[in-house]
Design a protein around this ligand. Sequence first.
Ligand code: FRU
Length: 468
Amino acid sequence: MTKSEGLSAILQAVMRNSANVAKDKYYPRWHLAPITGLLNDPNGFCFDGKYYHLFYQWAPLSCEHKNKCWGHWRSKDLITWQHQPIALLPDEFYDKDGCYSGSAVINQGQLTLCYTGNVKFQDGTRTAWQCLAVENKQGGFDKLGPVLGLPEGYSGHVRDPKIWRYNDKWYMVLGAQTLDKQGKVLLYRASHLYQWQLIGELAGSHLGGLGDAGYMWECPDLFELNEHFILLACPQGIKKEQQRFLNSHPSAYLIGGFDYSTLQFQHGDLIELDAGFEFYAPQTTQVDGRRLLFGWMGVPDGEEMYQPTIANGWIHQMTCPRELQIREGQLYQQPVKELQQLRQNAQYWQGIADDAPDINEFSFELEIALFGSLEIYFSDTLVLIIKNNQAELKRRSVKNGEWQSRFWSGDIKHLQILCDNSSVEIFFNGGAGVMSSRFFPSEKQTVCFLGKDTIKLTTWQLKNALVS
Ligand code: FRU
């Protein structure tokens, strides 16, 4: 499509759908979601000194993975966001089948995007270009075109550049697939953003002691945190275990050490980043010493196309913004402290779980100190069961109504739960484990507690956070 055809079709789609999302009881009150069409990965998450920017994979013309554009929001406080002009449309020969995921940096004072131009051929193959675009005076982006083609020895599945600066050089990690279908993360380095040198494979299947670890690694992100290095990635095709990696595609991380002089990454085993039903393609940025993360509260190729919001012309949402930390060698994720500004009407209660008052809210936060087992029922669609050093989250399939389960193991003493109209984010023991899931309660939501052990409960209603 040409840019003007694209913009006019998108404008019409937005005008048509705004009434539908306004009346949809599942449309979030304080999470980011698309006005129309499909949202997937967070892209270009950064801070320019004044505003946080969050771009997103957006298919504005239908609830399908087609015509991927970059939408754009910005915020001063990580709570209220403003729509910005659409940043990228797939209107050039080098990105005609999608402006795929990527990142943003401030280069010489200019907000600069690095994204994947996806190009599909009639025989089913594809190629990928890593491309740049810079912000213009109108708040839109001018494309500068491709700066990197496919490396030799890899298929057309090479995408999702995450770039950062260290000392006087730029670095990039890229998701990739070898010609014999092994998933890898490639590392590049550059003196300026237009000329990249391939350093080699940083991590992936059959590397660093991992064994067979999937056919494609998407959305890598490498960063330093409290003297450790973390590589986030989405390794597609890894084996499902009894209690881990149960989604159609997982989001995982490696923790270890990276040495800028040898450019080698030593790491341990793959660890699931979020054990819930919907979490994928997270991206981080560093602001004032904090490492912040947004994830997509969705997963590709699972049951997404059965979600009920499609009837109202939109699908998927982001997670809440989170802060990452390492304590005693372990990664923790917690909702950013700014979100506490949404809290209102605190209620405290303590006693046997069976006697705890029900909650009749759609948008609320809970903090629970636990002294044993506990079950929490979210209407008739989602149940959290905590017993025997394990959490089991059960949900009815949106496809066939059958119960499905996800697990997190640990001696659970504390829960923080954030609930929006159709999503829940559960943080165990201060964020040592997380489960993010969508769920679609019926007309009236009742959350109730079951158990013979004591709980200490704090409940807040959460205010709406407007996107304007
Ligand atoms: C992950 C992903 C990325 C790709 C984008 C396309 O969800 O498949 O690898 O760039 O989505 O929308």
